[in-house]
Design a protein around this ligand. Structure first.
Ligand SMILES: Cc1ncc(C[n+]2csc(CCOP(=O)(O)OP(=O)(O)O)c2C)c(N)n1
Ligand SMILES: [Mg+2]
Length: 919
């Protein structure tokens, strides 16, 4: 055991505070131990101690579980299963794949292109993939529905190489690697994205994995969600398995490790992680001074996973069998990863001297072996049968997720310039000599002449159509349900709710004041009742249900838990009792925004992954959304996810009681950078009814020609406000496109201004309109900007069109056209940074002035905060007067008078918004 595992916290129920009631006896035991260490040394003492622990456990004396095992394979040789495949045939085409993957990347480095790629990672993981492709991974035509496969992103050349041999991609397609736009534009074939990007290759990739750490997180939630679908009676997923292939370096990411407990707690035995432990990451060793496999073993075991280590290939079996006094096993354990890496960058003689030579007993084990024989000893992850045994055991294991820790070599079989080298990750091409050597090692029938003809464009290898190995390979996939990866979008539509469901938000709040969050939740409850889509809605909440008024769903819809509810909830007698169930509809993710975002991604892509459209409604504190899990929303966009992202308690000044780390004044800016996110900042409830309906129709209604693969981000607030009834004949198109008029200018002949606002700012401009008229005789129109972001996008599209078609009639952006009849300067406010309304500046037809709440928030009353930032009603009034003064319509002294009248620099003089602002 390494020193680190000595300090592993005791989590197995051991009492940590036991009184020592016989110190003398204790000290005798201690002395014996010390004597043993001095006499026989540390290793022997360790052996005795571990035997004692094992004995104690056997006798039911509770001691903490041992989190690591010896540095040998978990599955004993005697327990290895019969291997049902044709190992020779499988090796033959595995070599073709290795060759074509390396050649594709090399060719992508050709002069004039030079776009790079990775060679060594696939070389290390080819065996791990191939065992799965030939014996385990079920395709989409499998009656059980097929498996979910998360591949290591930068090992994609291997996936393309397989698709080429399978006949799914042509040689011309492979030459389009990393030239997604230019290659097809030249008419030369498909462009292949660098990594698994479903958005860029919709019929092929399913899961975007290259932002390291997000794949493992998503895989866990995919497996959980599969059980949810079964519990909901929507789909039987009992024959679907989730496999995640991960790098050992990738396991450093907090997202890779931070959600393991959910998989164990929910007993996700439909999930297997395969960690490709090639001991290297990008720069160098993962744990040069330690042992990553042992570290991961302890970590996963501690989290409650089943761990299978595949460390040594079959060549080692006889050595370990002859290792009577465990000297080899001990040496394997004592040798550091950094040294293991160095061995693979050398040769057999080096391994003999620097590994076996460290102990006369181990040196003796190989004394009759040649250096070549020693060099041929493989690592477990490069041994096909050892991996087969591990996968089979993982599939058969019940009640726990499994992790397979596979020891491999980075750059395996690529030769001395690649294997185990620190720089190997980024080596992008093979030189002529490397190619020749690789060709020989892989037995590829390509001649020296063919290689020499153009070393920058080495030929791909394609077997004859009736090659027995090829036929065998295709047959394996046919038996397992078709090629993988594959993404299928069923294009399924849903029967959507009619008008009545949405009417709940039509009539306003009457005398009451209602926050937009609550209004949204009311609509959500109506949607949950709908016969057509109610059961397809997946509310996702990271421990904030009570904050958002969702706790009333606990007793009726229940919280999903694969274990059901085995305890009596403390509030069992109450109406709103906390209820968990195997068929629950709510997904309570714990305090885990990253997990929730992963789940959102999974549920939002179920229409493709499972052919079952599901509608995630992920509600969270908006501050902990785009800036915290923005990368996951990006991955969700890549995966063409659809669903509602509800940034609740939004705004820089609306949740003021909670202070700066809760006050979001910028999430619409971040969401604006994600092209798959349609952002709305609705202020009034009735606006939401149209937006939500539009989203559902866009995703799952009849085809309207619009891109369906978008997510809707709605910012909603916790400030109760008067919700007006929907005006007769309201401008629905304007609401959806981002801008509509609330009120026109009052009659009269005073100067005119145009006031724009969004979200919680709508009441401020309505108040400002009154003040302008009463106090200054200025006539203001008010506009609700439901989406600054969409207005900008549409305007940019118009500009692009105009750039490319200079002689066509100019396309006028929607917002420009909409505001073209408006008179006077424009003033905009919101509960966000200036940059939010500034997004549309270029297309506002007139002088445009923005107000905004920039910088860090603080805890205070809403009115004080709004005055501090100068975004409230009075600030809007003054800004409007100033705008008129700048146009020469009004004297500057009037502006000064207004500043004084409203006491504008006094934070205690604000009136926009009530007191408070807690969650
Ligand atoms: C979040 C994130 N950070 C950094 C990278 C860049 N990156 C790509 S591959 C790689 C090294 C991967 O090492 P490992 O996970 O051990 O995979 P291997 O290639 O060794 O199988 C890095 C740092 C990334 N893709 N994603
Ligand atoms: Mg690695």
């Amino acid at each position: 055991m390494s020193p680190t595992s000595d300090s592993t916290p005791l989590i197995d129920g051991l009492l940590t505070k036991v009184t020592d009631n016989d110190p003398e006896e204790t000290s005798e035991w201690r002395e014996s131990l010390n004597a043993l260490i001095e006499d026989k040394g540390g290793p022997r003492a360790r052996f005795i101690l571990l035997s004692m622990l094992a004995e104690a456990r056997q006798r039911n004396v509770t001691v903490p579980a041992q989190l690591t095992s010896p540095y040998i394979n978990t599955i004993d040789v005697a327990d290895e299963p019969y291997f049902p495949g044709d190992e020779d045939a499988e090796r033959t085409y595995r070599r073709w794949l290795r060759w074509n993957a390396a050649v594709m990347v090399t060719r992508a480095q050709r002069p004039g292109v030079g776009v790079g790629g990775h060679i060594s990672s696939y070389a290390s993981t080819a065996t791990l993939y191939e065992v799965g492709f030939n014996h385990f991974f079920r395709g989409k035509d499998h009656p059980g529905g097929g498996d979910h496969l998360f591949f290591q992103g930068h090992a994609s050349p291997g996936n393309y190489a397989r698709a080429f041999i399978e006949g799914r991609l042509s040689e011309a397609d492979l030459d389009g690697f990393r030239q997604e736009v230019s290659h097809p534009a030249r008419g030369e074939g498909r462009g292949l994205p660098s990594y698994p990007h479903p958005r860029r290759m919709e019929d092929f990739w399913e899961f975007p994995t290259v932002s390291m750490g997000l794949g493992p997180a998503e895989a866990i939630y995919q497996a959980w969600f599969d059980k949810y679908l079964t519990g909901a009676g929507i789909k039987d997923t009992s024959q679907q398995h989730t496999w995640a292939f991960l790098g050992d370096g990738e396991m450093d990411e907090p997202e890779s490790r931070g959600m393991l407990q959910l998989a164990a707690g929910q007993q996700l035995d439909n999930l297997t992680f395969v960690v490709n432990c090639n001991l290297q990451r990008l720069d160098g060793p993962v744990r040069g001074n330690g042992k990553i496999i042992q570290e991961l073993e302890a970590f996963f075991k501690g989290a409650g996973w089943n761990v299978i280590k595949v460390i040594w290939g079959r060549g080692w079996d006889q050595l370990l069998a002859a290792d009577k006094d465990h000297a080899l096993e001990h040496l394997m354990m004592e040798t550091l990863d950094g040294d293991y890496q160095t061995f693979k960058a050398n040769d057999g003689a080096y391994v003999r001297e620097h590994f076996f030579g460290r102990d006369p007993r181990t040196a003796a084990l190989v004394k009759d072996w040649t250096d070549d024989q020693i060099w041929a000893l493989q690592r477990g992850g490069n041994d096909y049968r050892k991996m087969y045994a591990a996968y089979k055991a993982a599939m058969e294991h019940k009640g726990q997720p499994t992790v397979i820790l596979a020891h491999t070599v980075k750059g395996y079989l690529l030769g001395e310039h690649f294997a185990g080298r620190n720089a190997t990750h980024q080596m992008k091409k093979l030189g002529l000599e490397d190619l020749k050597a690789l060709r020989d090692r892989l037995h590829i029938p390509i001649t020296d002449e063919e290689l020499e003809a153009n070393p920058k464009m080495p030929p791909y290898y394609r077997p004859a159509q009736d090659d027995p190995a090829l036929l065998y390979m295709l047959e394996r996939r046919r038996q397992l349900g078709g090629f993988l990866p594959e993404r299928r979008d069923s294009g399924r539509q849903l029967e959507l709710p009619g008008d009545k469901t949405y009417d709940i938000l039509k009539s306003g709040s009457g005398k009451q004041e209602v926050a937009s969050t609550m209004a949204f939740v009311r609509l959500l409850k109506e949607l949950l009742k709908d016969k057509g889509i109610g059961r397809r809605i997946v509310p996702i909440v990271p421990d904030e249900s009570r904050t958002f008024g969702l706790e009333s769903l606990f007793p009726t819809k229940k919280i999903f838990n694969t274990q059901g509810q085995n305890y009596t909830p403390v509030d069992a007698d109450m109406m709103l009792s906390y209820r968990e169930s195997e068929s629950g509809q709510l997904m309570h993710t714990g305090i885990n925004e990253a997990g929730s975002a992963a789940l959102f991604q999974v549920a939002g892509t179920s229409y493709a992954t499972h052919g079952e459209p599901m509608i995630p409604v992920y509600i969270f504190y908006s501050m902990f959304g785009f800036q915290r899990t923005g990368d996951q929303f990006w991955a969700a966009g890549d995966q063409l996810a659809r669903g509602f992202i509800i940034g609740a308690t939004a705004g820089r000044t609306t949740l003021t009681g909670e202070g700066t780390q809760h006050m979001d004044g910028h999430s619409p800016l971040i969401s604006a950078t994600n092209d798959a996110v349609v952002t709305y900042d609705p202020g009034y409830a009735y606006e939401m009814r149209h937006i939500v309906r539009d989203a559902l129709e866009r995703w799952y209604g009849p085809d309207s020609g619009r891109n369906r693969d978008v997510m809707y981000y709605l910012t909603v607030y916790n400030e109760p406000i008067h919700q007006p009834a929907e005006p007769e004949g309201v401008d629905v198109e304007g609401i959806i496109r981002g801008l509509y008029q609330l009120q026109g200018a009052p009659e009269g002949d005073g100067p005119e201004v145009q006031l724009l606002a969004s979200g919680v700012g709508l009441p401020w401009i309505e108040e400002a309109r009154n003040l302008l008229q009463q106090d200054w005789g200025v006539r203001a129109s008010t506009w609700s900007v439901t989406s600054w972001n969409e207005l900008r996008r549409e305007a940019l599209e118009a500009e692009r069109h105009n750039l490319l078609h200079p002689q066509d009639e100019r396309r006028v952006p929607y917002l420009t056209a909409k505001l073209s009849q408006a008179h006077g300067p424009f003033v905009a406010t919101s509960d966000y940074d200036h940059l939010v309304p500034d997004q549309i500046r270029a297309w506002v037809p007139g002088d445009y002035h923005t107000l905004g709440a920039d910088g860090f928030g603080f805890s205070d009353t809403r009115a004080a905060a709004r005055r501090h930032y100068l975004i409230d009603a009075q600030s809007v009034v003054v800004k409007a007067l100033q705008a008129l003064a700048e146009q020469g319509v009004m004297d500057r002294s009037v502006v000064a008078e207004a500043v004084a009248r409203y006491d504008l620099s006094n934070v205690n003089a604000g009136t926009s918004g009530g007191q408070g602002g807690e969650a």
